[in-house]
Design a protein around this ligand. Sequence first.
Ligand SMILES: Cc1cc2nc3c(=O)[nH]c(=O)nc-3n(C[C@H](O)[C@H](O)[C@H](O)COP(=O)(O)OP(=O)(O)OC[C@H]3O[C@@H](n4cnc5c(N)ncnc54)[C@H](O)[C@@H]3O)c2cc1C
Length: 340
Amino acid sequence: MQAVEVEEYRVPRELAERVIGAAHIEGWGHSVDIKVRKPGYTVVRGRYDSWLASKAAEAGAEVREHHRVVDVKRLEPMHYRVKAKHKGELRELDCRAVVGADGFPSLVASKLGFPKPSTKDFAASIQYHIQLTEEQVDSEYGDRVHFYFGVVKWGYAWAFPKRTQVAAGILSVASEERLQSLKAKLDGVLGLEKLRNVVRVEKHLIPHRLRPRLQLDCALLVGDTAGAANPVHWGGIWHARKTAEVAARNVARALEQENPAASAYEHEMRREVYAPYFRYDLVMQKMMYGMGLMRRALALAAEGNMDVIEAIDILLTSLEPHSKAFWKLLKAAPRLLLKA
Ligand SMILES: Cc1cc2nc3c(=O)[nH]c(=O)nc-3n(C[C@H](O)[C@H](O)[C@H](O)COP(=O)(O)OP(=O)(O)OC[C@H]3O[C@@H](n4cnc5c(N)ncnc54)[C@H](O)[C@@H]3O)c2cc1C
């Protein structure tokens, strides 16, 4: 979890499995350790999501757990019927607005007729949970998240230390790599010793491009459903919160005025999320992965180039708009382009 999430949403320290103070980045024979300006956390997602649900309940939301949405229909403007299964029983709920927050790919988005993203717009990932002792995690990883580049073309592998486990995974843009080859590459990075201690395997898709439509009538999409994970490192926890915040204020406005057009969700998303972050992230994605500049950036960072190091810090922490990271990389561009 990025520093911006910890800071903006005052995530309690007790939820941190490990406080992360640095990133170890390696690839193509180079390696660099970058201390981030403010710490992030690694967390257990289930515990973190329960904390979020308890905050929503404190703020007045009625949280209904263990309901699997199986259908959503728009009956007329501002009138939706949601069907959900709860312990085998089908339940119906009529409502005036729907927020699609069911991750990616989203049943809510497809049932409500939002256009489907292409395989260029999301990454495929596989992640192992590796059981170690706390001492092993301390000595091998400490407070460092590890990134491994040069393993796949449009993506990377990682190892994020928790208290007694390491979450190690790999991702690549889905149109570029098949899951089976990702798995083989991840196994190669980790080695046999670690593979023996794998206790859980997860496979997921992570989107990295905002959908062309984020609102239809009074249905709004947030987080991964909206396509709002970061196109450079595919982190999306903070973006999910941020987009939900923008959606909440716009749904409230639409409900108050009984008019979906009172919501400026798409406009505010462009202004608050796309313009300062994704617009630049998408260009950096092309530069770093498409043009192969990641290798040169890593070589420059290893030599101590402060523009590249500061750009990486901004991307890792999101404590400043990503436009700043872009301009820092551009400042280093002559050296990036010339570096062998
Ligand atoms: C392997 C991996 C590692 C990652 N690591 C990081 C990281 O370190 N940092 C970071 O910032 N991001 C990370 N991400 C990205 C991040 O997990 C997502 O961007 C983020 O979780 C998006 O949040 P969300 O709430 O939009 O969707 P999700 O977290 O996917 O939540 C969607 C929720 O909807 C529920 N749901 C789905 N369908 C239904 C249904 N039909 N009915 C009812 N409920 C439903 C799901 O059970 C889930 O609880 C990682 C992603 C992956 C795949």
